[in-house]
Design a binder for this molecule. Sequence first.
Ligand code: GDP
Length: 197
Amino acid sequence: MQIKSAEFLMSNSKVEKCPKDRLPEYAFIGRSNVGKSSLINMLMDRKNLAKTSGRPGKTQLINHFLVNKNWYLVDLPGYGYARVSKSIKRTFQKFITDYFREREQMILAFVLVDCRLEPQPIDLEFMQWMGENGIPFNIIFTKADKLKPMALERNIKAYTAKMLETWEEMPQHFVTSASNYTGRDEVLNYIESLNSN
Ligand code: GDP
């Protein structure tokens, strides 16, 4: 998919206030600092469309970007910088869980995971919650340029093994780097294939 246009539309903390039209949308979520803003800017081929983590307050909202005038890219707040909490409910802010439960035009969420780290409990808990609530998601491994190919492969194998402890299969996943544009075509073409279904 070619990106012909990408424009910021609105920020909200309430699902009811999100765009009312029925364009398909794709949500991006992950731990703070996972590289979400960089990935969004890379996918859209823009330097400053999504705010990078220098200004964390700005990302505590549901941000809608209209892409090619026919789908939304949704930038959700990073989770995981709150203190470790006892329950999932307290860990994931209510407006995020409301968003996923209520937003019918949300086709697929991309859960971002830093390829350098071993599986983080909060990411696994979040994906568990998504599974239990029947919300479709894929995984995007970020910052692939920071690892040598062998180490990258080893980490993804280890991640897959961890997922298979609770999942029947490894969810579809993409390997990306915002620094060198790795994975850009794969993610965008996948979105395009879902849009044309
Ligand atoms: P966010 O908090 O998830 O939006 O993360 P940011 O996009 O602000 O990135 C956090 C930090 O990781 C920044 O210092 C980025 O420059 C760096 N970063 C993000 N993506 C990449 C990447 O693909 N490669 C490298 N080398 N650094 C990255």
